[in-house]
Structure formats: C-alpha cells, structure tokens
Design a protein around this ligand. Structure first.
Ligand code: ADP
Ligand code: ASP
Ligand code: MG
Length: 243
C-alpha cells in the first residue's frame, strides 16, 4: 500500500504541528504502508519570501524568484524528515528535482511534464519515508521552477499518479471542502463527497482549498483526493468522479 499525504503551510506552522504530522505519518509506516509526504512552506513563509525579494528588486528575474521561493518548501522537507527521524523512523527529504519532477520552463506557473520516480522508488524500497518539497520542479534546461501559488497540492496529486498510490490525502487547516469558505461563512456546509467538475467550479469562484491543476490532474488520472483537517480526526471530503 502506497500513500501520498500532503501538509499545507498552516498545518506545519510550528514544532508542535510538524510533530503532529510526523506522528500521523509514522503511524501509517508502522502499519506497513509506504508513505510519501509532500510539504508546503511553513505558515506565511512564501509570502514573506516574496516580500523580501520584491524589496530587493521589484522586477527581479522570474528565474531567480523561483530559485528563491522554492527554498521555503525545502526547509519544511528537512524539518519534517528530522521530526520523523526523531520519532525513530528512517526518512529522507528530497527537493522537487531530486524527486525527479520535471516541468516546463514557465517560471512561477510551471506545469509538471513528467516525474522520474526512480529515486523515490529506491528510497521507499530501502524502507524510508520519503518527504518531498512541494510546489517545485526542474525545467528541461535544469533550472528550478515553481508551480504557482498553492501548487503543493499538484505535487501531491502528480506523485500519486506517477507512483500509482492507493491513497492521496491533502491535510489542511479546515476539515474538508465546503460550499463556501467556512472561515468566512458560519453557515457553510461541508461536502462528504464532491465531483471534480463541481470542485473546479468552486475553485473558479475563489475557493483556494485546492490548487486547480491538482483537481485537473486527479480527474485525468482518476485519482480520488481526500481533503482532511491536520488538527482533528474528522472525516473530510472525497474529491472524485461523479457517482
Ligand atoms: P494549505 O496551506 O493547507 O494549502 P490553503 O490556505 O491553501 O491551505 O487552503 C485552505 C483554506 O481554504 C481554508 O483555510 C479556507 O479558509 C479556504 N477556503 C476557501 N474556500 C473554501 C471552501 N469552499 N472549502 C474549504 N476551504 C475553503
Ligand atoms: N508555499 C506555496 C504557496 O504559498 C505553495 C503551497 O502552499 O502549496 O503558494
Ligand atoms: Mg493550499
């Protein structure tokens, strides 16, 4: 059984939350699953990095912005691998390019073209939990690219597709997909299950809970994506084909 789990920025914002995620991951490994964990940059890191870069050069080259911004996810990957290690499990962190994620060269909004999964497979076969830095890849010319804001979701779904994972779980700071933003509308209702098409319409109307490309990819590959709270044990939402 191979499981891909993705943790968003708020779900990794501090040490306690990183350990919370690391414990969930190690429980799965203990039960015999192979686990690939995709991580976002902690808290507001990406916004802070953009602000810093813009202060240095408001018209900085897109190539340099991507090289700089991708670091946020790499920091998270290192921390997560160390947290898992401190719980007594072998883990390895990989950047997008180490994980074989090849994109086009549209800096800031790159699309994944291919994933060369050999390295991840090798690490999983060695019994390691693999932690992949989300939101990034490498262009055919060898440069670091980023996938657009919210793009770690797409890293997770693409990995689930290429690795033929049985489960793809997106852990975030709300317990699923709602008909409206649950943080802004107290009366919002959670979906137990939602079709790809309906999810894409919600995203078009501003629901940033999933990156649009991640839902398109899930639809292309017939992957059911589970959106869950990183903080509660609540059931969450399944995004999948129409029943
Ligand atoms: P992450 O850092 O885990 O990727 P995001 O901030 O990208 O999290 O997405 C989760 C946020 O999406 C929630 O905190 C919520 O406020 C917002 N959101 C907007 N619309 C919706 C919706 N329809 N259902 C659920 N969450 C939504
Ligand atoms: N850290 C990136 C962002 O803030 C990617 C992600 O969170 O999915 O957009
Ligand atoms: Mg997000």
């Amino acid at each position: 059984m191979l499981i891909v789990q993705k943790y968003g920025g708020t779900s990794l914002a501090d040490e306690e939350r990183i350990f919370n995620a690391a414990r969930r991951v190690t429980r799965l490994a203990q039960q015999g699953a192979q686990v690939v964990v995709v991580v976002s940059a902690q808290g507001d890191t990406t916004d802070d990095l953009i602000e810093k870069a813009t202060a240095i050069n408001p018209r900085g080259a897109a190539r340099e912005m991507d090289a700089y911004m991708a670091a946020g996810e790499q920091l998270s990957a290192g921390l997560m691998a160390m947290a898992i290690g401190s719980l007594g499990y072998p883990a390895v962190s990989l950047t997008g390019w180490q994980a074989g994620i090849v994109t086009d060269d549209v800096y800031g909004n790159a699309r994944i073209q291919q994933i060369r999964t050999e390295r991840i497979r090798q690490e999983l076969d060695r019994g390691k939990i693999v932690v992949v830095a989300g939101f990034q890849g490498i262009s055919p010319g060898g440069d670091i690219t980023t996938l657009g804001r919210g793009g770690s979701d797409t890293t997770a779904v693409a990995l689930a597709a290429y690795l033929q994972a049985q489960v793809c779980q997106i852990y975030t700071d709300v317990d699923g997909v709602y008909d409206r933003d649950p943080r802004r509308y107290a009366g919002a209702t959670r979906y137990g299950r939602i079709s790809y098409e309906k999810m894409l319409r919600l995203i078009e109307n501003g629901a940033q809970v999933l990156h649009d490309r991640s839902v398109e990819l899930a639809r292309e590959h017939g992957i059911t994506v589970e959106v869950l709270s990183a903080f509660t044990g609540a059931p969450g939402t399944l995004v999948g084909p129409m029943q």
